[in-house]
Write a protein that binds this ligand. Structure first.
Ligand SMILES: Nc1ncnc2c1ncn2[C@@H]1O[C@H](COP(=O)(O)OP(=O)(O)OP(=O)(O)O)[C@@H](O)[C@H]1O
Length: 357
């Protein structure tokens, strides 16, 4: 009992509960069933390649699409499922569209005010003033959307979504319309604003790095299903399968044979747990940064095929006896390589193993 109480104290009731939600779109694509629980104040990144169903899931949560089956609860209230369907405008959910979708004929202040028609005039005015201030748009309150830069429009769209104090804000690729330099800054400011306002947010992105650096919790999708969800570190360091591993990182894939809890390869023997029979072929996934140059001559060495200096790091391709493909190494060290040969070691803690099939 004590354990249960402790467990409850650690994880508060989820804001949003998605229970076996499913939706078929035409003959070619089926989403789900998807299960997900989102905690208060969490920033969740929904990530995956184009067409995996991220936007469909977001639209189902928003109520723009109706599910074929499953249930959706927000703050314990049923939004969809068992004959219930709450219309989008009654859901208490904010939405920031990829193209921001600001009303062109309204000023920025009027855009933010739009969702507050049921508020008293005084409360609405003070809420809008506060959001203009928080998004550094006070000086632009009377401008129309086309008179704002891309970054400013993004902030205005976020302020409009936050105005009615939604339980959750959904953002569909909110940074993809911005050029690279601006994207980094706008992303930083957006996350800071979401944190300052204690907002629960679901952000869709197809960029693995953006997902890892932005989300408290990352949900990786493929073909309408969730492949893995967890903290950014869990997904990066302990991917559930090859797909998840290769989505977030590049690897050297080294063939080997599985025997007695170890993977035997041309680069050494690595302890691992695989659900395959003794003697099966398997692959060691070795990150380029886990291949470490040794100054002294070591047991492992290779001849340098190519070097590519990239500023902070150098990438080196090595031909190693026993390996068909070159081994990629990334190092921050400044190396003086003599005779075209380099000794190296492998950090075994970061090596992953997967069945070959
Ligand atoms: N109205 C529709 N009718 C039929 N198929 C659809 C419809 N809307 C989307 N699809 C298909 O459903 C799949 C998932 O689309 P969705 O927009 O959810 O993917 P996504 O992961 O958000 O992709 P992207 O990153 O490119 O926006 C795609 O294959 C798409 O072609």
């Amino acid at each position: 009992m004590a354990e249960q109480l402790h467990g409850n104290a650690k994880s508060p009731a989820p804001v949003l509960e998605i229970d076996k939600l499913a939706r078929r779109l035409g003959p070619g694509f089926a989403l789900g069933p998807v299960d997900l629980a989102i905690q208060p104040k969490q920033i969740v990144c929904l990530v995956g390649h184009s067409g995996c169903g991220k936007s469909t899931l977001l639209r189902l949560i928003a109520g723009i699409e109706q599910p074929d089956s499953g249930a959706l609860r927000l703050d314990g209230r049923e939004l969809a499922g068992s004959g219930v369907f709450v219309e989008p405008e009654m859901r208490n959910i904010g939405f920031v569209f990829q193209d921001y979708a600001l009303f062109p004929h309204l000023t920025i202040e009027q855009n933010i005010m739009f969702g507050l028609r049921k508020w008293s005039r005084e409360d609405a005015r003070s809420r809008v003033a506060m959001l203009l201030e928080l998004t550094a748009l006070s000086a632009m309150a009377d401008r129309y959307p086309h008179m704002l830069s891309g970054g400013e429009q993004q902030r205005a769209a976020l302020a409009r979504a936050l105005a009615p104090q939604p339980s959750v804000v959904l953002m569909d690729e909110p940074f993809s319309n911005l050029d690279r330099d601006l994207r980094e800054r706008v992303r930083h400011d957006t996350i800071a604003l979401l944190r300052r306002t204690d907002t629960t947010a679901i952000i869709v992105t197809h960029d693995p790095e953006e997902a890892l650096s932005t989300g408290d919790f990352v949900v990786l999708m493929k073909s309408g299903r969730i492949v893995q969800s967890g903290t950014p570190r869990e997904l990066h360091d302990r991917p559930a399968d090859r797909y998840a591993a290769e989505f977030f990182s590049t690897f050297n894939r080294i063939p080997g044979t599985y025997r007695k809890g170890r993977l035997h390869t041309a680069l050494g023997v690595f302890p691992c747990r695989l659900d395959v029979s003794e003697g099966s072929e398997a692959l060691a996934f070795i990150r380029p940064q886990a291949v470490c140059p040794c100054l002294a001559e070591g047991a492992l060495s290779g001849s340098v095929r190519s070097r590519s200096f990239r500023g902070e790091i150098e990438q080196i391709e090595l031909d190693v006896e026993g390996l068909e493909a070159p081994l990629t190494m990334r190092t921050t060290q400044r190396l003086h390589i003599r005779d075209g040969r380099l000794s190296f070691s492998i950090d075994p803690d970061t090596v992953l193993a997967f069945a070959a099939a």
